[in-house]
Design a protein around this ligand. Structure first.
Ligand code: WTA
Length: 658
C-alpha cells in the first residue's frame, strides 16, 4: 500500500469505540477524571479493591526519598495467595487457569485448584532446598506450566526470582546468576523448538562451570528427555523432589515493598541492569492494567499473551496480572510455524481465545506468510487485540484488525517498559477512539509529558521530543539491583529529578495522541527485544580478531530493527580476512561468537570489516553515520568527523558485493 492509499484507507475507517465492547468494558472515561483529581487516592482504591491484603496499608505513597518510591506502606499481602488461593477460596477452584499447549501437541488443562496444589508443592520443594525469604532463585525454563508454578512459589516464599530468557547463552546466564547471587537455579533438560529438542541444562552447567559462589542446587524439569550431564549433590530432578511434596503450604504475608523479582534488561552500557520490582504496587498495577486495558472478564474470556516468561511482558501479563484477576489463559510452548504457519490461529480456534496480546514483529511475519493462513481458521471468538514491544506501524495495525480481529476488535497499542512494570500508555477498549500506530494516551493514574532538548514540556503537534513520566506509579522499578546510583543516573538525571526519562522519542499529533518514535539512546529493539549496542560491541571485542567494533540498529521490515556491526580487525587477522573466502568465514565466526556470548537474539544481521570507524575529534564513534550506511541512505553531515574520508571508504565497502 502506498502512503497515500494507506491514509485514505485510514480516513475511511470508523475507529470510535464499539458499542458492544463499551457496554461491558472494565475501563471507563470516568477513571481518567477520578485519577486526575487525586492519583494517590485512585491507586489506593485500585490496590484495596483488586488485591486481598493481610494487613491494610497506611500511607499510599512515600516519595520522601525520591526517586526511591514506597507504595502502600505498612500493608502486607502474599502475591501467590492473591494469584491463586483466594480464587479457590471464592469458589472458583474449578475454573481453568491455564490451557497449556506444548509444541508437539501435548496439552494440559490446569484449574485454579490444581495450580494451588502445584504452587504449594513447588514452594515446599524450594523450602527443602533451603530457599527462604529474601534468597534469590534464578529461573531458566521453557514456556511450560512449571515456570508459572516456580515464579508463584518464589513469590509465596518471598524469594525474589530472576528469570533469564531461554534464548540467552551460558555466558549471559552466568553474569545474571552472579549479579543476583542466586542460591538455586530452576531449569529444564530442554525445550521444544521447531520440532527439535533444544537443550537448556547444558547452558546452566556451563554457567556454573568453574564454580559459582552462590548456587547450591539446580532443580531440573524433565521436558525433552534429552541426555544431560548430571552433577551429583547439586542437581535434582523436579519429579523426584516436587511431585511427592505436600499440597499444603501456608502463604506468609510480605510487606508491600518486599522485592518480588529481578529482571535483567539491556541498558546503554555493556552491563545489563537488574531491574527490580516489589510486591504490592507491582501487583496492583499488573492486575489493574490487565483488567482495564486488555478488558479481561475472568468469568467469560480466554486470554492469550504470546510473550515469553523470560521478558517483562510474560511476568506482568502471563503470570501476575491475569492470575491476580482469576483469568483463564493459554500458555503455548513453541514457535508460530510449528508444525505449520497457522499454529496460532489453530490454538485460538481450539480454545476460543477472546483476547490476544502479541508483538508487531509477529504480526509483520504473519503478514508475510499471507492472509490465507489465518483465513482458514475460525477466529470469531476474538474481541480484543493488543500489541506491545515496539511501535506498530499502521499497515500492520490494519492487517491485524482485519485478518485477526474480524474488522471490529479494538487494538490496544500498549507502551511500557521492563522498568515501568505495567502498561503506561494505551487506548482503553470501549472508551478510546483508536488511532492506528499511536499508543495515544497515558492510562488513568499515569502522567506523561514530552520535553524538548532543554527539558521544557510542549504540546505542539508533530514536534519531536523525549517522553518522560511525571508522577511516580505503583509498578515502577524500585531500583537497579545493587546499584542505586546507576538507577538515579539512568532515569532521573537527564531532565532533573522531577522527570523519569524513559529513553524513548515521542511526539503529539494534531488530535493530541502520543506517538512513540523508538529509542533515543544506544538501545536497539530487535523483534521487541531490547539489546544494547555496547553489550554487543563488547562481545565482539572479546573475540581475539577484533580490535574495535561499533554496532547500530538498522531498520528492518520484519524485526523492526536489526543488529548491524562494523569491526576493525587486529593486524594479525587483517591478512587472513583479505584472503579469498577467509573474510566470510571470519564474519560467520564473529556472528557465532556474539550468539555464544549473549544469545542467538543478539547475532548481528551483518558484520562489515572496516579499516576505520567514523569518530569525532574527541574520539566518540558517530553511530548516526554508520546507521545511514546500514540503512543504505546518503551519509549525513560528516563535518564533525576527525577524518571525513573514513565514511567514503565505509560506504564503498558496504556497497561492494559480499
Ligand atoms: C519499546 C517491553 C512503541 C520502547 C514491555 C520501550 C514500545 C521499550 C511499545 C521497552 C509500544 C514497548 N510502542 N514502543 N507500544 N512497547 N516499546 O523493557 O522503546 O522490553 O522503551 O518492555 O520497548 O522494552 P521492554
Amino acid at each position: 500500500m502506498t502512503d497515500e492509499n494507506l491514509s485514505s484507507h485510514l480516513a475511511e475507517l470508523d475507529l470510535s469505540p464499539s458499542e458492544e465492547i463499551a457496554a461491558n468494558a472494565n475501563g471507563t472515561e470516568a477513571l481518567y477524571a477520578e485519577a486526575d483529581a487525586d492519583y494517590e487516592a485512585f491507586w489506593a482504591r485500585q490496590a484495596r479493591e483488586r488485591l486481598t491484603w493481610s494487613t491494610d496499608f497506611g500511607t499510599t505513597l512515600d516519595w520522601s526519598e525520591a526517586p526511591f518510591a514506597k507504595w502502600f506502606v505498612g500493608g502486607e499481602l502474599n502475591v501467590a495467595y492473591n494469584c491463586v488461593d483466594r480464587h479457590v477460596e471464592a469458589g472458583n477452584g474449578d475454573r481453568v487457569a491455564i490451557h497449556f499447549e506444548g509444541e508437539g501437541g501435548d496439552s494440559r488443562t490446569i484449574t485454579y485448584a490444581q495450580l494451588q496444589d502445584d504452587v504449594c508443592r513447588t514452594a515446599n520443594a524450594l523450602t527443602e532446598l533451603g530457599v527462604t525469604k529474601g534468597d534469590r532463585v534464578a529461573v531458566y525454563l521453557p514456556m511450560i506450566p512449571e515456570a508459572i508454578a516456580t515464579l508463584l512459589a518464589c513469590a509465596r516464599l518471598g524469594a525474589p526470582h530472576s528469570v533469564i530468557f531461554g534464548g540467552f547463552s551460558a555466558e549471559a546466564l552466568r553474569t545474571r546468576i552472579d549479579d543476583a547471587e542466586a542460591k538455586v537455579v530452576v531449569t529444564a533438560d530442554g525445550q521444544w523448538r521447531r520440532g527439535k529438542a533444544a537443550p537448556l541444562k547444558p547452558a546452566v552447567d556451563a554457567a556454573l562451570d568453574g564454580g559459582s559462589t552462590s548456587v547450591e542446587k539446580v532443580l531440573v524439569v524433565r521436558r525433552t528427555e534429552s541426555e544431560i550431564a548430571w552433577t551429583e549433590g547439586r542437581d535434582i530432578w523436579w519429579h523426584d523432589l516436587v511431585d511427592g511434596q505436600s499440597t499444603e503450604h501456608t502463604p506468609e504475608p510480605m510487606e508491600s515493598e518486599h522485592p518480588l523479582f529481578i529482571l535483567y534488561t539491556s541498558g546503554t552500557t555493556g552491563k545489563p541492569k537488574g531491574i527490580f520490582h516489589t510486591t504490592a504496587g507491582y501487583l496492583a498495577q499488573a492486575a489493574y492494567t490487565n483488567s482495564v486495558v486488555h478488558d479481561v472478564h475472568p468469568e467469560s474470556d480466554v486470554y492469550w499473551c504470546t510473550a515469553d516468561i523470560g521478558w517483562v511482558t510474560g511476568h506482568s501479563y502471563i503470570v501476575y496480572g491475569p492470575l491476580a484477576n482469576g483469568a483463564t489463559q493459554v500458555l503455548y510452548e513453541g514457535t508460530p510455524d510449528t508444525p505449520h504457519q497457522g499454529r496460532w490461529w489453530e490454538i485460538i480456534e481450539k480454545y476460543k481465545v477472546s483476547i490476544l496480546y502479541t508483538a508487531p514483529t509477529a504480526i509483520r511475519t504473519f503478514m508475510k506468510w499471507g492472509d490465507d493462513i489465518p483465513a482458514k481458521f475460525d477466529l470469531s471468538s476474538i474481541r480484543v487485540l493488543g500489541s506491545v514491544g515496539e511501535p506498530i506501524n499502521p499497515e500492520a495495525w490494519l492487517w491485524y484488525r482485519k485478518n485477526i480481529g474480524g474488522e471490529k476488535a479494538p487494538i490496544v497499542d500498549t507502551w511500557w517498559q521492563t522498568e515501568t512494570g505495567g502498561i503506561m500508555i494505551s487506548p482503553l477498549p470501549g472508551v478510546t477512539t483508536l488511532e492506528p500506530g499511536s499508543a495515544q494516551r497515558p492510562i488513568p493514574g499515569i502522567s506523561a509529558e514530552i520535553l524538548d532538548d532543554d527539558g521544557k514540556p510542549f504540546t505542539e503537534a508533530d514536534k519531536v521530543g523525549y517522553l518522560v513520566l511525571t508522577k511516580p506509579w505503583p509498578g515502577m522499578l524500585r531500583g537497579i539491583w545493587g546499584d542505586p546510583e546507576r538507577y538515579k543516573e539512568t532515569y532521573w538525571s537527564r531532565f532533573g529529578e522531577k522527570y523519569y526519562f524513559a529513553g524513548d522519542g515521542a511526539k503529539y499529533d494534531q488530535k493530541g495522541n502520543i506517538w512513540l518514535l523508538g529509542r533515543v539512546d544506544d538501545v536497539m529493539n530487535v523483534s521487541g527485544h531490547r539489546l544494547s549496542t555496547a553489550e554487543i560491541e563488547s562481545a565482539l571485542v572479546s573475540h581475539p580478531a577484533v580490535a574495535e567494533a561499533a554496532v547500530v540498529g538498522a531498520s528492518d521490515e520484519t524485526t523492526g530493527q536489526a543488529v548491524v556491526a562494523f569491526a576493525i580487525l587486529r593486524s594479525e587477522y587483517v591478512e587472513r580476512a583479505d584472503e579469498e573466502g577467509e573474510g566470510a568465514d571470519l564474519v560467520k565466526e564473529l556472528r557465532d561468537h556474539v550468539a555464544k556470548e549473549i544469545g542467538p537474539i543478539a547475532k548481528p544481521r551483518s558484520i562489515m570489516i572496516v579499516a576505520e570507524l567514523p569518530k569525532t575529534r574527541s574520539g566518540k564513534i558517530m553511530r548516526r553515520l554508520l546507521k545511514d550506511v546500514a540503512e543504505n541512505r546518503e551519509v549525513g553531515d560528516v563535518t564533525t568527523l576527525a577524518d571525513s574520508s573514513v565514511m567514503n571508504l565505509i560506504s564503498q565497502g558496504m556497497k561492494a558485493p559480499s
